[in-house]
Design a protein around this ligand. Structure first.
Ligand code: HEC
Ligand code: HEC
Ligand code: HEC
Ligand code: HEC
Ligand code: HEC
Ligand code: HEC
Ligand code: HEC
Length: 369
């Protein structure tokens, strides 16, 4: 057994003791104790480890998480593959998104002039918008795909645009700064200057776990002194700021003077308005309700235990840990989120978001600021 292999086996032991579910490690343990032998495949995995070599559970679930697919390259998108001919007529312009042999083309015509561009960057797992490139400039497609209608319609926010040419009808030209931030929230490896050749579409581990490439290289050499900073111990305020880099914080919304239901989708901002939100209490952190490595849970009942961690009747774990207990509900004992975190329709229709401003919802006050 090579010294390197031995080192990695030792680290797998450590991993197991840290109770990380890891099927690859189990295989390694078998090898360590002489049960079977290290296959050529395992040897290869050890020579060039990935995060999954040691963090198999997290890596597996993250593979299908929406954030991993916040952006997809041409050819990788199931929606386009299964909807090869999308079309819509908006005013004088007809749009088509055609997919053939894994390649998609976005076209707009006014009957006389036609503009066709290849789709390289597909944004969104539910609503889908395309970023297009023409003559060195980037454009956000003026139409998007909406799953609720299973159809194309005007991209949210672009309703006010009245195009005069096919080029204007094709998309909204993005200034350089906006192209950069747009890619930075949806892809990995965007530096201070966007180089589309160097990016990886979607969020990779490294996007949230800064320094994890170094950690991986070192871990494979049995060096665990360079672990990426742990995110497990951040409090609610810190996590809101962390997720708010992309999901937008309270400060961002205030600074930009954004108002109205369009911003219900900025969960850290809405959450900060709730009486429930206590900055140093981990029970109201984004990660108390959401595992960023998994798909979103759509069952209201799933969140009950999260609410009851504070609003529970029994002075249980909370009291034992000197944490505050909050009032109980006079109306119901389950499905808390269904009444206290209402769904709000975005302007322009097509989609709704969950209001993270937890409250007693008053009739007629759909969206209090
Ligand atoms: C050779 C095995 C190995 C590889 C490969 C590896 N890790 Fe780790 N990682 C570990 C061990 C061991 C720990 C320490 C476990 C602990 O203390 O809970 C750790 C800890 C971490 C932590 C800190 C967890 C915490 O909150 O304390 C993060 C984050 C992390 N790894 C991410 C990654 C990412 C991302 C990759 C891929 C780029 C990666 N690791 C590759 C073995 C590995
Ligand atoms: C680098 C930017 C970025 C960061 C940081 C980030 N997110 Fe996201 N998140 C996104 C994007 C972009 C999407 C949209 C993915 C899609 O559906 O295309 C998303 C989607 C999600 C979804 C899925 C929503 C759905 O409708 O399925 C959840 C849940 C989520 N994020 C939670 C979090 C939490 C919790 C954190 C902090 C721990 C976080 N995110 C940090 C960019 C980010
Ligand atoms: C500050 C970070 C940020 C920027 C900049 C940003 N997005 Fe997003 N985007 C998100 C997050 C977070 C979500 C998921 C939650 C939401 O919809 O607010 C999202 C959602 C989306 C969705 C819908 C995904 C779905 O599953 O419904 C599309 C489409 C999208 N963004 C496209 C774009 C495009 C195109 C740009 C640039 C022109 C852009 N975004 C700029 C963070 C960002
Ligand atoms: C959207 C941001 C985001 C992405 C992307 C992300 N993580 Fe995490 N990760 C977090 C946060 C936040 C925590 C702390 C979770 C908590 O407090 O429960 C965490 C915790 C961890 C931990 C330690 C906790 C545990 O469950 O053992 C490991 C290991 C880890 N992540 C590995 C990875 C790997 C590997 C990937 C890529 C496959 C990845 N993460 C992608 C945000 C992210
Ligand atoms: C007390 C529990 C709770 C906390 C804390 C929480 N959420 Fe949610 N979140 C929910 C529920 C419930 C839903 C709706 C799930 C469904 O019905 O699909 C949701 C949905 C979402 C979605 C999907 C889009 C939407 O709005 O419907 C995103 C993204 C999200 N949350 C991000 C966050 C972020 C970021 C934070 C931290 C600021 C956070 N959440 C804190 C309970 C919570
Ligand atoms: C970190 C602890 C904590 C969590 C988690 C939490 N809350 Fe609260 N909540 C509070 C506190 C503290 C108050 C204000 C004082 C009180 O009600 O005792 C409050 C107030 C409320 C109120 C009354 C608001 C008002 O405007 O008068 C409602 C309704 C509520 N919470 C529902 C929920 C629901 C539903 C959830 C889960 C989705 C939840 N809370 C999660 C701590 C929490
Ligand atoms: C069917 C809708 C519904 C469900 C489900 C529901 N609530 Fe309520 N809740 C209400 C209404 C309505 C009020 C206001 C009652 C009043 O003021 O008379 C309320 C009040 C509250 C209050 C404020 C109590 C006070 O004394 O000020 C809290 C806290 C609360 N609910 C938490 C929860 C929690 C936690 C759950 C889940 C275990 C939950 N609610 C489930 C409708 C609901």
């Amino acid at each position: 057994m090579s010294a390197r292999l031995a080192a990695i086996l030792r680290s797998s032991l450590r991993l197991l003791s840290a109770a990380i579910a890891c099927s690859a490690c189990v295989a390694l343990m078998c090898a360590l104790f002489g049960v079977g032998s290290v296959s050529a495949q395992q040897q290869k995995a050890l020579a060039s480890p990935t995060c999954a070599t040691c963090h198999a559970g997290v890596a597996n679930s993250f593979r299908s998480a929406p954030m991993r697919h916040a952006m997809e390259p041409d050819g990788a998108n199931t929606l386009l593959a299964t909807h090869p001919d999308l079309t819509v007529k908006l005013g004088a312009y007809t749009y088509t998104v055609q997919t053939r042999n894994g390649h998609s083309t976005y076209s707009v015509t006014d009957g006389t002039d036609t503009l066709s561009l290849p789709i390289h960057w597909i944004f969104g797992q539910h609503t889908q918008t395309w970023v297009l490139e023409k003559d060195g400039h980037f454009y956000e497609s003026l139409v998007s795909y909406f799953p609720r209608e299973n159809a194309l319609a005007t991209t949210p926010g672009d309703q006010r645009i009245t195009p005069h040419t096919v080029e204007e009808a094709m998309g909204r030209r993005l200034p350089i700064w906006e192209t950069r931030v747009c890619f930075d929230c949806h892809a990995t490896g965007v530096g201070n200057r966007l180089d589309v050749v160097k990016i990886t579409p979607g969020l990779e581990c490294e996007h949230c776990h800064t320094g994890s490439q170094q950690h991986m290289a070192d871990a494979a050499r049995d060096n665990f002194k360079t672990l990426p900073p742990s995110l497990k111990h951040l409090d609610a305020e810190q996590i809101s700021t962390f997720c708010g880099r992309c999901h937008r914080t309270f400060d961002t919304v205030m600074r930009n003077r954004w108002h109205g239901p369009a911003f219900v989708r900025f969960q850290p901002y809405r959450m900060a308005l709730s009486k429930c939100f206590v900055g140093n209490d981990p029970r109201i952190a984004c990660t108390a309700c959401h595992n960023p490595h998994q798909t979103l849970n759509h069952s209201a009942a799933y969140y009950d235990s999260k609410c009851l961690a504070c609003h529970g009747e029994a002075k249980t774990a909370a009291a034992a840990n000197n944490l505050q207990t909050a009032k109980t509900c006079p109306v119901a004992k389950s499905n808390c989120a269904s009444c206290h975190m209402p769904k709000v329709e975005l302007p322009g229709g097509h989609a709704q978001f969950t209001d993270h401003f937890i409250r007693v919802v008053k009739p007629g006050k759909i969206y209090p600021e």
